[in-house]
Design a protein around this ligand. Structure first.
Ligand code: FES
Length: 226
């Protein structure tokens, strides 16, 4: 696992504040826990801060530590342990998480990563020249049956080819909202080209009956020759 550090001070903002809506959400989240257990809310608070600003800043971590009365070092441990926390600025429009784990790799994630290197930046966690995109390689995101796939924000884009992935990126660059999910004719995780089992229509209208033919009696073993 790579060493994860906070972004350098020259890119950190001077301060952090939640929007009024998010501040109310934080209060409601902390209130879910018994008195004295407010530290249990620290991960949701850090994640909300990241969703608000696009990445998790040092002032946000300090704010979270003070809010739930935890030592700063303990909150730093959390922020630097979980790779879901983005510790440096990311693309304004999208941060692309490309799954590179075995099923996605076998189905072509290397080609998806090549598109990221050419379209966004040669290296992960670097923002594109126009500041709009960034990318990283991540471990399995749980959509292996639709490999290869990427996650952008709360959406996943699946069954990708370099061409369809490029189309997703360019649509986002134009300000469009491409449809998440499989980028093929698949609706979910059914076999490509249609069902290969349970194809009898009677299964769905209730007329299907199992027809088990009687098994022939096994032949008696013949006596060994004298
Ligand atoms: S291996 Fe890529 S989603 Fe599971």
């Amino acid at each position: 696992m790579a060493v994860r550090r906070l972004a350098p001070d020259n890119v950190q903002p001077a301060s952090f504040a939640f929007t009024p809506e998010n501040a109310a959400w934080v209060e409601a989240t902390i209130a879910k826990y018994p008195p004295g257990k407010q530290a249990s809310a620290v991960i949701p608070i850090l994640m909300r801060a990241q969703e608000q600003d696009g990445w998790l800043t040092k002032p946000a971590i300090e704010w979270g530590a003070a809010k739930v009365d935890m030592a700063m070092i303990r909150v730093l441990e959390i922020a630097t342990f979980y790779t879901q926390f983005l510790l440096a600025p990311v693309g304004r429009r999208a941060h692309v998480q490309v799954c590179g784990t075995t099923p996605c790799m076998l189905r072509g994630s290397d080609e998806i990563i090549k598109v990221c290197k050419n379209r966004i930046h040669h290296d992960p966690f670097h923002v594109s020249e126009d500041g709009e995109f960034s990318w990283e390689e991540v471990e399995c995101l749980g959509a292996c049956v639709n490999a290869p796939m990427v996650a952008i924000g709360n959406d996943t884009y699946e069954d990708l080819t370099p061409e369809t992935f490029t189309a997703v990126i360019e649509a986002i660059a134009r300000g469009d909202e491409p449809n998440p999910g499989p980028q093929t004719s698949r609706q979910g995780s059914e076999p490509e080209g249609g069902a290969t089992v349970l194809t009898d229509p009677g299964i769905y209208d209730g007329s299907y009956r199992v027809n088990i033919a009687a098994e022939p009696e096994p032949a008696a073993p013949s006596a060994p020759a004298e």
